[in-house]
Design a protein around this ligand. Sequence first.
Ligand code: PEP
Ligand code: MG
Length: 605
Amino acid sequence: MTNKRAASPKELKGIGVSPGIIIGKAHLVDRSKVKIQYQYIIDDRQLDREVERFRQALKITEKQLSTLKDRMPDHVQQHAFILDSHLMILRDTMLNDATIRRILKEKINAEWALKKSLQEIRQIFEQINDDYISSRINDVENVAERILRNLSGEDHAHLSEIRERVIIVAHDLSPADTSELNISRVMGFITDAGGKTSHTGILAHALQIPAVVGLESVTDMVEDGDLLIVDGNTGEVVILPDDNDIIRYQEKQLQHEEYLSVIARTSHLPAVTIDGHRIAVQANMEFLEEVTAVKDYGGEGIGLYRTEFLYLRSKGLPSEEDLFEDYRQVAEIISPAPVTIRSLDLGGDKISSGMEISREVNPALGLRAIRLCLKEPQILKTQLRAILRASAYGQVNLMFPMVSGLREILEAKAILDQAKAELDREKKAYNPDIKVGIMIEVPSAVVMAEVLARHVDFFSIGTNDLIQYALAIDRDNEHVSHLFQPFHPAILRMIHAVVNAAKQTGIGVSLCGEMAGDPLCISFLLGLGLRELSMNARAIPVIKNVIRSITIEEARVDFETMMRFHTAGQVREYALKRTKTLVPELGEKGYLQNHTQDMYPELQT
Ligand code: PEP
Ligand code: MG
């Protein structure tokens, strides 16, 4: 057998899909073994049960620690004090009472509440000017880790392989795998496969797990337990780093965090351009438990709720009641701000265990999204009934994905009408004037935008798929990811055409693809007239900062200049230069590193 281990530090370059710098040990996985640990919001009626579940986990932990201590062999008895101190930590009110208070006050699950308590304790420890005492945080973390294991109950057996906080190294992780990552154990992940806007990356971002994908053959180079540095901002990975590497990355990490903490201070304020134009900055989200993060990051509503992950998490198909509960809570928590719920976009790379979908040679071009729903109208109707019922609890909009022509809109709206009629008969409340929109992400919809606009209340431009379908680039394929070019002149013209069609017809228009969260794209998007953007919640503070640094007139000039270029490279180069001028600290603090040569190879020529 050949030895995979690198002799000296080995630096690799992949695609950073979820920001953050982490240093930790590699854990090679058979992806099926990574197990779930969710963060979720608890219904009022379940709060007592959640507290009880936490108390039970404390009891079990106490028993385990006492048993361990009793069974300690004589020759190591002098170390029993470690377990004594763990027992003391376990009984400390800062850990247990604080967590119970959090569960009740913030209505979140025990795991999440415990993690927050731990975070608070960690901050207090960091302020202690004594190395020995501040290093005791490791003990607190050990205890919390054990409580978390006990909270996970039956799943514990599956988790047994991952014993410490690790960086997952896998050939590939599907979106379903990623949604199941145990976020208390997984520091981040790196994979051989994957592209810039793959759903795996989008989920990692949402779960705040730093990630680098598209490393081609990292699983051949890393061994279990190897020390790794992963920079999710730039896509850099260092295998077996030396001391200098570690210091260098720690400094980068510090700079990055400093910058983010400065802009976070103003992220809850509206995004207004220098000349007073207000831009609606909304968030994309995938899980109910992200709603609070949307608010924390300063999101003014949810411009895209990708609903398919509830289906991916379920064993069969979720019931109308399950869906309704989820949507109602989102609507209520984000209210009075709006939420745009997208109907199922399953298929492609997102397959639910509850659906019979035959394997397709070209899944992205196959039975996906609205096509799948129109073939299985009962599934769509169940979801539409749940969305309609949730519309009685907040400002809910409905949106259909992957529309390629008018027929699909008419068919989907007919099913919506059936769902409304049923609810009328059952005397169930809903908003009869719910706004209905479509995603514009298929080139045929761009061409037909003017016609489609007459049948819907709004458009939301999905550039992730639009780029995939217009440039014929598989968004999940690392081998063509260098050709995935948001600034391709064809894409710019398509976005422009869609915004024009919407404006001429007088309907709303926003953009919810990853371009909305890319600082380089902002002046172009504002310049062509977009006033509503929806993005990954973590991008919001940075994007608001960019919006505040420009006038609409300047943005218009940028837009007109960019429309005159004939290659993506020229546009990108111009956008990079302009963004660095507008927000110099973005360039200085390393945030834009993602946007330089490796991400955009055309700039090298
Ligand atoms: C898009 O395609 O741009 C989009 C926002 O939807 P998704 O990434 O879920 O396909
Ligand atoms: Mg899409």
